[in-house]
Design a protein around this ligand. Structure first.
Ligand SMILES: NC(=O)c1ccc[n+]([C@@H]2O[C@H](COP(=O)([O-])OP(=O)(O)OC[C@H]3O[C@@H](n4cnc5c(N)ncnc54)[C@H](O)[C@@H]3O)[C@@H](O)[C@H]2O)c1
Length: 438
C-alpha cells in the first residue's frame, strides 16, 4: 500500500471535505484582486493555466523517494475546487470587476472581452474608508456610520448576507496600503479594541474594522498588504476564540521573493554581505498610493524585515519605491548586492527583475483563500490563530509572540508541505535520507 493511501486512511474524517460553495470576499477590487478573479474564471473556462499557483499546479512528495508518489497538492488535501468559488468584495469605487480590471490594465483586452459577461456581474459593496488612512485616494462608494463600531456592524451584516448564499467564507485584504500605524493600548485585547470601536480610536484603521468583522463571524482573514491589520494581540485572540484562521502580511511577489531566495544562499555559503540596495519603479495605483510617505513607511518596514532576520542587523539595507506612471503595472526592480568572499575580497551581484506586479500577486491571493479555507476545516489548525505555515506567501510573516519569523523561502516551502502532510496523517519529510544507504 502506498504512503498516500495510508495517510488518507489514518486521518479519514479529520479534515472536513470542501463540499459546497466557497465565498471569497475581497477587500479592494483593484489590480491584484481583479487579476485573481479574472484569472480564476479564465482557468475555469479552459482559456489559460493557473501558473504560479501552488494549490493548482504544485505537487507534494509522499513517503520515500523510491515510492514514486508525488500527487498534486489539490488531490492530496481537500481544497475547494475553482468551480466552487464565488467572489464578491468591497471597494471605494463603484466600478464592477470588468471595469476595474480594464482600468488596472493588467490583462489584455482580448482576454477581458471574453470574460466580460461574468466579470460585470461582480459589483463592489460600499467600503469602510477614511482618507486619513490612505492620503492619495478619495472614494465615493463608502459606508456611513455613527462610529467605527457601527461600520464594523455593517461589514458583519455584509458577511452574514453573503454567508446565506454560500457554504463557507474567507475574507482577504487586497486594498490599498494604509499609513504606518503602531500598536497602542487599543490593540492589546478584544475588550480594549471594542471600546476603541465605540470611541472612534484613531489607531483603528479601516483594514482593522474588516478584520474584526470577519473574525467576529468566525471567518478566516488574510492580509495581503503591509498594514497593521491582524497582527496584534486583540486579533490573534479573536482569531483563536472564534476558530477563524489568520495570516499576513504583504504578498511576497517580486523583489522580496528574490531576496528570500538569494540571501539564504549567501548565508548558507558563509559569503559576506556588506550592503543591499533595492529600488523599484512602478506606475499603477498601488505605486501612486505608495508615493505618499506615510503609506511608503508601512511598505518599507515590511520589505526591510526579510534581510534583518536572515543576516546580521548591521547590514546596510536601503529600499526605494518610485512612482513612475508610464510603467503601469509592469514594475521594474533593481538590486545591487555588495558581497565579499575568502579573505574579504569584494564582489557584486546585480538583479534586474522586470516583473508584472499583479500577475505575480494573483496566484498568491488565490492560494491564501484556498489554504485558509482548508485551515478552517482542519481541527488542528482552525483554533491556533496565526497560520505560520503560510509564511511562504508573505513578505513580513506573522509568527507567535517571541518567535522570530522565518523568511527563507525554502524553509517556508518545507514548512508548508510538512503541514499538509501532517494534517493528512502522512509521514513528514526531513530529507535525512540515510535509509537509502543502509
Ligand atoms: N501587486 C503586488 O505585487 C503586491 C505585492 C504585495 C502587496 N500588495 C498590496 O496589495 C494591495 C493591492 O494592490 P493593487 O496593486 O491591487 O492596488 P490597487 O490600487 O490596484 O487596488 C487597491 C484597491 O483597493 C481599494 N481600496 C482602498 N481602500 C479601500 C478600503 N478601505 N476598502 C475597500 N477598498 C479599498 C482601491 O479603491 C483600489 O481599487 C496593496 O496594498 C499593495 O501594496 C501588492
Amino acid at each position: 500500500m502506498g504512503t498516500e493511501e495510508q495517510g488518507s486512511q489514518k486521518t479519514a474524517g479529520k479534515v472536513a471535505p470542501a463540499t459546497g460553495k466557497l465565498g471569497a470576499m475581497v477587500v479592494g477590487l483593484g489590480a491584484v484582486s481583479t487579476t485573481m478573479i479574472a484569472g480564476v474564471e479564465a482557468v475555469r473556462r479552459g482559456l489559460a493555466k493557473p501558473i504560479g499557483s501552488l494549490t493548482q499546479m504544485g505537487t507534494i512528495r509522499l513517503g520515500k523517494r523510491t515510492d514514486n508518489s508525488s500527487p498534486l497538492i489539490k488531490d492530496f488535501v481537500p481544497l475547494a475546487d475553482l468551480n466552487d468559488i464565488v467572489f464578491t468584495g468591497w471597494d471605494i469605487f463603484e466600478d464592477n470587476v470588468y471595469e476595474a480590471a480594464a482600468h488596472a490594465k493588467v490583462l489584455d483586452e482580448k482576454m477581458l472581452a471574453q470574460l466580460k459577461p461574468y466579470l460585470e456581474t461582480i459589483k463592489p459593496l460600499p467600503a469602510v474608508f477614511d482618507q486619513y488612512y490612505v492620503k492619495r485616494l478619495n472614494g465615493t462608494h463608502v459606508k456611513k456610520g455613527k462610529n467605527k463600531r457601527d461600520l464594523a456592524d455593517q461589514v458583519i451584516a455584509d458577511i452574514r448576507a453573503f454567508k446565506k448564499t454560500v457554504d463557507r467564507v474567507v475574507v482577504i485584504w487586497a486594498a490599498s496600503t494604509e499609513i504606518f500605524i503602531e500598536q497602542t493600548a487599543v490593540h492589546q485585547s478584544i475588550e480594549a479594541f471594542e471600546k476603541g470601536l465605540d470611541n472612534n480610536d484613531i489607531a483603528i484603521a479601516p483594514s482593522q474594522i474588516y478584520a474584526y468583522a470577519a473574525l467576529s463571524e468566525g471567518v478566516p482573514f488574510a492580509n495581503g498588504a503591509p498594514g497593521l491589520t491582524v497582527d496584534f494581540p486583540a486579533m490573534v485572540e479573536l482569531s483563536k476564540r472564534n476558530a477563524a484562521p489568520i495570516c499576513g502580511k504583504d504578498f511576497k511577489t517580486g523583489q522580496t521573493l528574490m531576496k528570500t531566495v538569494l540571501a539564504p544562499a549567501l548565508k548558507a555559503r558563509m559569503l559576506g554581505v556588506s550592503g543591499w540596495f533595492s529600488t523599484n519603479i512602478l506606475g499603477n495605483r498601488d505605486g501612486e498610493v505608495l508615493d505618499d510617505p506615510q503609506s511608503f513607511k508601512t511598505k518599507e518596514e515590511s520589505k526591510l524585515g526579510s534581510l534583518d532576520y536572515i543576516f546580521q542587523p548591521e547590514l546596510y539595507h536601503k529600499i526605494r519605491i518610485n512612482y513612475y506612471p508610464p510603467r503601469g503595472d509592469d514594475k521594474e526592480a533593481w538590486d545591487n548586492i555588495d558581497i565579499f568572499g575568502w579573505l574579504g575580497y569584494p564582489m557584486q551581484i546585480k538583479v534586474n527583475f522586470l516583473c508584472r506586479d499583479s500577475i505575480l500577486a494573483a496566484p498568491i491571493a488565490l492560494d491564501l483563500v484556498l489554504f485558509l479555507d482548508l485551515a478552517k476545516r482542519t481541527p488542528s489548525l482552525r483554533s491556533i490563530g496565526i497560520q505560520e505555515w503560510l509564511s511562504f506567501y508573505l513578505k513580513s510573516p506573522q509568527s507567535a509572540p517571541g518567535l522570530y519569523p522565518e523568511h527563507d523561502l525554502f524553509i517556508q516551502s518545507m514548512k508548508l508541505k510538512n503541514t499538509l502532510r501532517h494534517i493528512m496523517g502522512s509521514d513528514l519529510i526531513t530529507h535525512l535520507g540515510l535509509e537509502y544507504y543502509d
